[in-house]
Design a protein around this ligand. Structure first.
Ligand code: FSO
Ligand code: SF4
Length: 536
């Protein structure tokens, strides 16, 4: 195996024996094979003016399956591979092409033969270091883009331009493009990232209402509960609806926390609040939750040997873990969660972890409705600066930097956040500026788009020429590939001077890293004191 797609890659170079995330050598190779076949499927799709949605869905879902911490289940990846081969065969037959033999060799392969074929089709196939760096930057951006696209698609929101871009870009990266062509494709990926986040924003807000300011309870109640994690709002809606008369409560974990801000979900009395913290605290917190857990997307952490919750952990959609039961949707997209609800009824109530309450729900609609007040505070000099601290969280001790950075910010600075990065500072009690909280949480990582909308509205209201003239600094934490598409989206919008940490991606070669520094002024972080002096 060779994988260096996330921030925790071994030695900041690459995982070669087993993933730091827990991904096995076989799963890593099978994911490479799935990606390889998905590029082939895309090349076939691109031969048609248009194809049925099932082809585009498969392309997005396959990319999503290979995202960090989404799917550790060898068998599930085999099934995705078989399905992809079937779809390729269908298109080859339609095209009457003579390369049926090649696909027939895949069709007739058993699992062992596929495992052999999976070796050597991954990242290191691109020999030139700089081209490989750009190809992987595009690939990881596409993975994040596909994840957001999938969430919009399940709510029946679709943008053909996004679907077509993904399949075109996947084909293009198989061609030996020159560096400048690859750089253009990086920017195009970012532009389509903006489109996908806009699509998902519309899907979520038009289906479930605009997030509103909400106080979220982090304490545990007396009744048994179901814990739901990940990013899929369609899943939490179905779970809330099916469990409403069952006598069990619903709790969110990690990136599902922002579900608490949506009017459509708040109306359920048994929606209790949030339990626990960031994704990497699962082992301890899932153990203490006592009831069933539903993982709708990444980030899954492999349970430890002494953990007992695997038999009450479920996965759905593109998430998977060996030993955790997987719940599929029927042909109408409906998922039957009755087994989870039955287990919950016979479970103990969660062990209380804390009695914290936090305030969130500052997505674009809510903040723009407060724009006059915000601008007033800026003009009076009470708000001097905003720092966008969106992104992802991770296990590395280095990430204490973000807690310390937030703690040491001057009292007239407001943090704009989205994504699981917020868990590093959302309970610090940083107070407010005349009623405006100093940590404004817009939601999930995909809601970073909300932060862009807020920035654009502030730029217009203050009569500024460019988004870069605003009193905003960007100190962004990355972990996996959704953060890559957020970064590329910001770059495509012309945002400069982004600080990216806790380390620069291992997949950036020295000259590509230099290119990003020169053209977009991307920098990394150093230490809290120096960075505060530089940024604030
Ligand atoms: Fe976090 Fe995981 Fe949302 Fe990611 S839970 S790390 S960027 O999957 O997607 O922010
Ligand atoms: Fe390593 Fe990250 Fe890849 Fe997992 S996803 S194998 S930790 S680089």
């Amino acid at each position: 195996m060779f994988c260096y797609q996330c921030q925790e890659t071994a030695g900041n170079k690459g995982c070669t024996k087993i993933g730091v995330c827990g991904k096995t050598d076989a799963v890593a190779n099978l994911q490479d094979l799935l990606l390889y076949l998905t590029k082939g499927l895309s090349a076939l799709v691109n031969k048609f003016e248009s194809v049925e949605e099932k082809f585009y869905d498969k392309i997005s879902n396959n990319l999503f399956v290979t995202i960090t911490n989404a799917n550790f289940d060898e068998e599930a990846i085999f099934i995705h591979i078989f399905k992809t081969i079937e779809l390729k065969k269908e298109l080859i037959e339609k095209l009457n092409r003579d390369d049926l033999n090649e696909i027939e060799s895949f069709v007739s392969s058993d699992r062992n033969e596929l495992l052999v074929k999976s070796i050597g089709v991954g990242v290191l196939n691109t020999e030139n270091e700089d081209k490989r760096s750009l190809v992987e930057l595009i690939t990881y951006g596409l993975k994040g883009l596909a994840a957001y696209n999938h969430h919009a698609n399940v709510l029946n929101y679709r943008d053909e331009k996004v679907d077509k871009f993904i399949s075109n870009a996947l084909e293009k990266i198989t061609m030996d493009l020159e560096v400048d062509e690859l750089v253009n494709l990086v920017i195009e990926t970012g532009k389509h990232g903006v489109m996908a986040m806009d699509l998902l924003d519309r899907a979520n807000t038009e289906t479930y209402g605009n997030p509103e300011i909400t106080e979220v309870d982090f304490s545990a109640g007396d009744r048994p509960g179901i814990l739901i994690s990940g990013h899929d709002l369609h899943d939490i809606k179905m779970l809330l609806e099916q469990s409403k008369e069952s006598g069990v409560d619903i709790y969110t974990h990690s990136e599902m926390l922002p579900a608490n801000y949506y009017p459509e979900f708040k109306k359920y009395n048994h929606f209790h609040g949030n339990y626990g913290n960031s994704w990497w605290s699962q082992n301890e917190e899932f153990e203490k939750f006592n009831g069933p857990i539903l993982m709708t997307t990444n980030c899954i952490v492999p349970p430890k040997k002494d953990n007992t919750y695997l038999n009450r952990m479920f996965t759905t959609s593109n998430a998977g873990y060996p030993g955790a039961k997987h719940i599929n949707a029927d042909e109408r997209g409906y998922k039957d969660f009755s087994e989870i609800i039955e287990i919950a009824k016979n479970s103990k109530a969660p062990t209380n972890l804390e009695n914290t309450k936090i305030i969130g729900g500052f997505a674009h609609n809510q903040v723009i409705s407060l724009a006059d007040k915000v601008i007033d505070e800026i003009k009076k000099g009470n708000i001097k600066k905003f720092v966008v601290m969106a992104g992802c969280d991770g296990r590395s001790g280095k990430r204490n930097y973000y807690t310390e950075f937030a703690k040491n910010l001057p009292k007239d600075v407001v943090i704009l956040t989205a994504g699981c990065a917020k868990y590093r500072y959302n309970k610090l009690g940083l107070g407010d500026i005349n009623g405006i909280p100093r940590v404004l949480d817009a939601g999930q990582c995909n809601d970073s788009y909300s932060l862009v909308k807020i920035a654009l509205a502030l730029k217009d209201a203050l009569g500024l020429e460019s988004i870069n003239d605003l009193p905003i600094e960007y100190n962004i934490a990355w972990y996996e590939q959704k953060a890559v598409i957020v970064l590329l989206a910001l770059l495509s919008l012309g945002v400069k001077n982004i600080h990216l940490g806790p380390t620069l991606p291992a997949f950036l070669s020295p000259s590509i890293a230099e290119f990003l520094v020169e053209n977009f002024n991307i920098g990394t972080i150093s230490n809290v004191e120096d960075d505060l002096a530089k940024m604030i």
